[in-house]
Design a protein around this ligand. Sequence first.
Ligand SMILES: Cc1ncc(C[n+]2csc(CCOP(=O)(O)OP(=O)(O)O)c2C)c(N)n1
Ligand SMILES: CC(=O)[C@@H](O)[C@H](O)COP(=O)(O)O
Ligand SMILES: [Mg+2]
Length: 630
Amino acid sequence: MDLLSIENPSFLQNLTKKELEQLSEQIRSFLIKTLSKTGGHIGPNLGVVELTIALHRAFNSPKDKIIWDVGHQCYVHKILTGRAKDFHSLRQYQGLSGFPKMNESPHDVWETGHSSTSLSAAMGMAIARDLKGEDYFIVPVIGDGALTGGMALEALNHIGHEKKNIIVILNDNEMSIAPNVGALHNILGRLRSAGKYNRAKDELEALLKKIPAVGGKMAQTAERFKDSLKYLFINGVFFEELGFTYFGPIDGHNYDDLFENLKYAKKTNGPVLLHVVTKKGKGYKPAENDKIGTWHGTGPYKIETGDFIKPVDSKPAWSKLVSETVRKLARDDERIVAITPAMTVGSKLEGFQEEFPERVIDVGIAEQHAATVAAGLATQGMKPYLTIYSTFLQRSYDQLIHDICRQNLNVFIGIDRAGLVGADGETHQGVFDIAFLRHIPNIVLMMPKDENEAQHMIYTAIQYDNGPIAMRFPRGSVYGVELDNKLKKLPIGTWEVLREGTDYAILTFGTTIPMALEAAKKLEKYGIQTKVINARFIKPLDEEMLRSLLHNQIPILTIEEAILQGGFGSSVLEFACDNGYTDHEIKRMGIPDRFIEHGDVKNLLHEVGLTSDNIVQTIKNEIQKLIKRA
Ligand SMILES: Cc1ncc(C[n+]2csc(CCOP(=O)(O)OP(=O)(O)O)c2C)c(N)n1
Ligand SMILES: CC(=O)[C@@H](O)[C@H](O)COP(=O)(O)O
Ligand SMILES: [Mg+2]
């Protein structure tokens, strides 16, 4: 089979089981080979090869809606729906997305990247289908990790109550990114060993039907027996009590099991949950043997050895620097407890967890819960360190307002992956946190210019006991600057002049400082002296420094690798306006009012105009305008 020639999944109907098994192996080697160059979510996708093929054989996509939860495991789906030929561009600028995208294929019926949305989306589609009197299957595929997300449980509750015809496929590989956690994970563990309960129930029913009816008594006994069978055989009662017909657990790599159970599921009225047990990374030893989530999402690697191919000058990740700094401070401060919503590996907490196993709390994919656990800890005098990607912090918005800031609790939030993240695209760009945080009373928000300032900020945050304080930091590696041995507390709300100048002032922070300094240097050639200020406290602003710029009528350019609407630049505009400087020249550069797709961060920065050349051009244009107006 030439994978590149596949246009749609209809060909699957005519394949024998042997041919399907050959196709599985072909897709596996295609994935292993292609992803060794592009990187991507190799583990999750190797685990769903047979499942995806079986789903596309049992259902008629896109009439039947196959919905991928998180969506990181959609590569096989993309191969079967005519996109194998695009995989060389996977997760690259203007290339194939690593998640479902409606503009790529009609088979991508739901876009995602954040976990636990598939069941709610399925419910919405089911309500629409039934209101319109249409007839098609709706099949959300959710992982055991995603099932721990609050939204998923809210949806299970609703679907079961409404008895909607939805076939939930639970892809259980016992892994979130790292090994899965929580009570639900334990229930699934018991289920995995429960054997084929449902078949026994059907055989029993068939048997009882053969016994001549002796009136309600027998039927009642039979019903009670059937129910006790259910209780006897499975803890899947968790799902059955929610109103689902539970099937499984079945072997998600066995076509006979898959086809037989999908046939049952299609014939069953009301909500069904088919529990499929798979092996994450199946078919590639390094990924199969991965115990901690290293092969969940990777960069390029050497196929033969499984060694990752890192850039030559690779320096430690920002997450590592931050987590290790907090870990060091935790040695002398027992109040410190780290909380992560299922991102132990991404947030580089392994070392911290090894040294202080009871002081690193992985709550599962549960960002709302994580934020309020942190709040609860702070009420008891602890110093919780909530480490969370900017994009996933969006899930905890109400908890930030209602629980942490309103009660003014001493929570330290490490906002990881702040700014453009690159390959994960729109659903993961960490560009909204400034806009959704800075208007919340009591919060301090800061961003370091480099890893040395970061460690001082972390020390400041741990010492800070006037309420919530957040430090945002980017994805990727640190700069490699020298680290001070002695940490000091930074005065809250103070900025730092990095370069003097009187013709123009650039206010910026974090990752856009280097380009600002580069632009200032280039502007000197045009006789323009540009002040560059490290506006490291996004909230509160350094009002003294800002006031002096305004008072001395120095035109201002704010630059942020964050959404412009409601961002840092907006706060400078508000300050100027509120303090009577309504005619002061203030220009803003940042992420425009649209979602930014996947691609290398350098390309994305260029696309949105965040380059030193564009800064130069902007300031030159503004000065020209000022001269004309004078
Ligand atoms: C709201 C949210 N939080 C965290 C993540 C990061 N994340 C991506 S995949 C994943 C684990 C998903 O586990 P599971 O659903 O079991 O899928 P598997 O990778 O095992 O196939 C996590 C935590 C996310 N995408 N969305
Ligand atoms: C699919 C998902 O949400 C995670 O796997 C995410 O891609 C991790 O991002 P990092 O690679 O930045 O840790
Ligand atoms: Mg899983």
